[in-house]
Design a protein around this ligand. Structure first.
Ligand code: PEP
Ligand code: MN
Length: 333
């Protein structure tokens, strides 16, 4: 349920209302917008007297929310959430370009890629240190050493870092990682999501291989219910009967998620397609349909990459793409 408070209501009367609602066993999410304040009521609202609340002179309207996701719901928080990562903003019209290799391999590799993508205008560096691979015999990442190498690349370039966390017990290693990525395979690892709800860092939550938008938003809800409201949603392709690409990029998810939620939505065209030459057209389409950013795999030697070389752009290709993305964004403005 949401209660829209009139713009001229005094803070004192509003606080009294909040306390009274809390007294009924509810949690209250307050969203203070430029033109109105929305109180989101979380918990069992079946006994709440809607008509009584509506009759209060400081209340504009009261509505029931039928969706099971509350904190991530745009009805609870009408304005776009803007997430700030060391000065880099995502959401609410701020477009964020995240680029880097699938996995961190060597210091030379990560530093070279970081410098190249930074020169092309990337805002953040990605790099996997813990890799969830389909086969247990594939390269699983450099783990703690990988994070140390990411830190070196971040110090050299000033780029904030995004890296995937697979297990909560690894959290101490991620102290200097700016954004924690939850991979597609862990989107419904609810124990991990609950723990990440207690962390004060943005979470990049990828859509699962076969998950609906409702399920993605319910996973975001697990993180937000724990108190961490900094969630970035990521469409990275889903399994369908498409046969020539790694996945099917569901670009229609972008405007739909924007309608349903206030959280930023970014697109990963690399894992969605699995083929480097398919990445630029899909990245441009994502920018055109309103994505708040992109996460793109870039490698300085794709043929020898330890992971996902086939879908990795060279720094030169990334540079050309970044320029085209800027032009698409200008055309939309
Ligand atoms: C990745 O970003 O390297 C990755 C493994 O992505 P996903 O979880 O989307 O497959
Ligand atoms: Mn990858």
């Amino acid at each position: 349920m949401i209660v829209v408070v009139k713009p001229d209501a005094s803070k004192e009367r509003r606080d009294q209302l909040i306390e009274w609602l809390k007294g009924q066993g509810l949690d209250i999410h307050v969203s203070e917008g430029r033109f109105q304040t929305v109180l989101g009521l979380i918990g069992d609202t079946s006994q709440v007297d809607m008509e009584l609340i509506e009759s209060l002179d400081i209340v504009d309207s009261v509505k029931r929310i039928t969706e099971r996701f509350k904190n991530s719901n745009r009805k609870f928080h009408p304005e776009d959430t803007v997430i700030d990562v060391r000065g880099v903003k995502i959401g609410g019209g701020n477009f964020c370009m995240i680029a880097g290799p699938c996995s961190v391999e060597t210091e030379d590799q990560i530093v070279a890629v970081a410098k190249a993508v930074k020169a092309s205008g990337a805002d953040m560096l990605r790099g996997g240190a813990f890799k969830p691979r389909t086969s247990p015999y594939d390269f699983q990442g450099l783990k703690g050493t990988g994070i140390e190498l990411l830190k070196i690349a971040s110090e050299e370039t000033g780029l904030p870092i995004v890296s995937e966390i697979m297990s909560f017990s690894d959290l101490p290693l991620f102290e200097d990682v700016d954004v924690l990525q939850v991979g597609a395979r862990n989107m419904q690892n609810f124990d991990l999501l609950k723990e990440l709800g207690k962390v004060n860092k943005p979470i990049l939550l990828k859509r699962g291989l076969a998950n609906t938008l409702n399920e993605l938003l319910m996973s975001a809800e697990y993180i937000m219910a724990g108190g961490n409201e900094q969630v970035i949603l990521c469409e990275r392709g889903i399994r369908t009967f498409g046969d020539y690409l790694r996945n099917t990029l569901d670009l229609s998810a972008v405007p739909m998620l924007h309608e349903l939620s206030h959280l930023p939505v970014i697109v990963d065209p690399s894992h969605a397609t699995g083929i480097a030459r398919m990445v630029p057209p899909m990245a441009l389409s994502a920018a055109a349909c309103g994505a708040d950013g992109l996460i793109i795999e870039v490698h300085n030697d794709p043929i020898h990459a330890l992971c996902d070389g086939a879908q990795s752009l060279t720094p030169e290709d990334f540079d050309l793409l970044a320029e085209k993305i800027r032009r698409v964004r200008e055309a939309l403005a």
